[in-house]
Design a protein around this ligand. Structure first.
Ligand SMILES: Nc1ncnc2c1ncn2[C@@H]1O[C@H](COP(=O)(O)OP(=O)(O)OP(=O)(O)O)[C@@H](O)[C@H]1O
Ligand SMILES: [Mg+2]
Length: 210
């Protein structure tokens, strides 16, 4: 019952347009992940308004939010979060199982995505048989399986060396440029942020520069 409250984000105003490629930067504890969770409909702001694709989210039920999240947003995290006992292919399929797409079509789509990230040959491998960069590619393919409009990535290169980081960011750039998806990446790393066309600086829970 810890009663103390702590304000993480305040007076924060931000608009990100469809099709943008933005990096959110800022010191540790400044509220970047909190902001990304709100953008991704994983958390609700305690006050204020968040409009997603023109819809005010405050009036949506938790079920509406999870439906919208599953269908419209793909997530990538620093620690990949792959299911360890499932193959790369099954990991990519997973978010698609909640949609109405028939299994055959879904499997074809998952294989296409694995091919796009250069891992068609590793479709049957478990995460433990893949390098960190390969695991993050699987996570990217998984984020795309429901053909979302928005990709959110929290420190996607945080566990990768610079060469592998560049490969992941190139893939995100292609997803933004060729597929027209909105991409928002939280990062500490200037080289990672340089792939984005817009840098948003968060400081003490506020947008210091956008
Ligand atoms: N679940 C939680 N309960 C309480 N406080 C939290 C929780 N999650 C985050 N915080 C606090 O909110 C603030 C912002 O955290 P957040 O994780 O958004 O920062 P961040 O900018 O992503 O940091 P980092 O760069 O270290 O990942 C910090 O002060 C943190 O301690
Ligand atoms: Mg964080």
């Amino acid at each position: 019952m810890g009663g103390a409250t702590h304000t993480v984000l305040a007076d924060l105003s931000l608009t990100i347009a469809a099709g943008e490629f933005a990096a959110i930067m800022g010191p540790s504890g400044s509220g970047k992940s909190t902001l990304l969770h709100i953008l991704g409909l994983l958390d609700r702001p305690t006050s204020g308004s968040y409009r997603f694709a023109g819809r005010e989210t405050a009036t949506l039920s938790d079920d509406d939010l999870s439906g919208l999240r599953n269908q419209a947003i793909g997530f990538v995290f620093q620690s990949f979060y792959l299911v360890p006992y499932a193959t790369a292919l099954d990991n990519v399929l997973l978010p698609g199982l909640y949609s109405n797409t028939p299994k055959g079509a879904l499997t074809r789509r998952a294989m296409e995505l694995l091919d796009k990230v250069g891992l068609a040959a590793q479709a049957g491998h478990k995460p433990s048989q893949l390098s960190g960069g390969q695991q993050q590619r699987v996570a990217l393919a998984r984020a795309l399986v429901n053909d979302p409009d928005l990709i959110l990535a929290d420190e996607p290169t945080g566990q990768l060396d610079s060469t592998t980081s560049a490969e992941i960011m190139e893939l995100l750039a292609v997803i933004n440029r060729d597929a027209g998806k909105t991409v928002i990446v939280v990062t500490h790393d200037d080289a990672t942020a340089a792939y984005a066309r817009r840098q948003i600086l968060v400081h003490d829970g506020r947008v210091a520069q956008a």
